[in-house]
Design a binder for this molecule. Structure first.
Ligand code: BEZ
Ligand code: FE
Length: 290
């Protein structure tokens, strides 16, 4: 298709002038990124032949996002997620060789309590028990000492504590210091698919676009260790609905995990389970800092 353009000379001049307007930034990276952003946004306006009414609609969308955003809820970050921008940033910023990264999402909480390795996070709540364990390794499969995992997920009703006043704010979340072999272990429940928040302008955009609003079931994990590039990622139990239709594009083939039957009697006794019970085993691989 030939894209109709208005006065080529004029729009090229506007783009060049706007790009150049950032060249005096004292931070050269700011100058580079802003100039490229202008270049691609102008190309979008030109290629789509955006009308004034459409641009106003866009501004109204951003204004509505600002109105609904506060310390607890960030509609701009959700917009980034459903546009696939968060995932693209993950893809381009993760060094090659380690476990793939995936979106952070809005429900991470920096103040998760440090729990002993092997903790039972279930505390009598409903949900299918899952023994989640594995190791934190370098890219050559050697154990990384002093690694830490930061873990969170949703409850059996599909909700995170921030969405559900009936849950303890620390429910199904923890930090764990791994053992000398990089090993970690915890008892949790099977997570569930859930919808991203749909009561703001992003929800209206998803509806108008006939797009899905669901995320597949997942565990969130941040893995860190001194001297290694930190990893923000997710594990997706195989067989979950929406694995091929995650509305925030977070699923990577290397992050889909089998939920296996396990008959380890020692672990069954440790957690008061009846074998066979469910097990997810996953080894994370971190890349050394440059
Ligand atoms: C989440 O995984 O919790 C999430 C990620 C992106 C947007 C909304 C929720
Ligand atoms: Fe999540």
């Amino acid at each position: 298709m030939t894209v109709p353009t208005h006065s080529n000379a004029l729009n090229i001049a506007v783009t060049q002038d706007a790009m150049a307007s950032f060249s005096k930034a004292s931070d050269p990276r700011l100058a580079h990124v802003m100039s490229l952003l202008v270049k691609h946004l102008h190309a979008f306006v030109n290629e789509s032949q955006l009308s004034k009414a459409e641009w106003l609609k866009g501004l109204e969308f951003l204004t509505a996002a600002a109105k609904i955003t506060d310390d607890e809820r960030n509609e701009f970050s959700l917009f980034s997620d459903i546009m696939g921008i968060s995932s693209m940033v993950d893809v381009v910023s993760q060094p090659p060789g380690g476990t793939p990264s995936s979106v952070l999402g809005p429900f991470h909480n920096h103040d998760s309590h440090l729990q002993p390795n092997g903790s039972d996070l279930t505390h009598g709540q409903p949900g299918e028990r899952v023994w989640l364990h594995g190791r934190v390794l370098d890219v050559h499969q050697n154990a990384i000492p002093n690694a830490q995992i930061d873990f969170w997920q949703n409850a059996d009703n599909g909700l995170y504590p921030a969405q559900d006043a009936a849950q303890d704010p620390q429910n199904l979340r923890c930090k764990i210091n791994c053992d000398a072999n990089g090993g970690f272990s915890l008892l949790t429940i099977r997570p569930h698919p859930y919808t991203v928040p749909t009561d703001g302008p992003v929800g209206a955009l998803l509806a108008a676009s006939n797009r899905g609003i669901w995320r597949p079931a997942h565990f969130h994990i941040i893995v860190s260790a001194p001297g290694y590039v930190g990893l923000v990622t997710e594990l997706f139990p195989a067989g979950s609905d929406y694995l091929d239709n995650d509305t925030v594009f977070g699923v990577r083939p290397g992050l889909i995990v089998d939920v296996k039957n396990c008959d380890n009697s020692e672990v069954a006794v440790q957690y008061g389970l009846t074998a066979p019970f469910k097990e997810v085993e996953f080894d994370f691989s971190l890349v050394k800092q440059a």
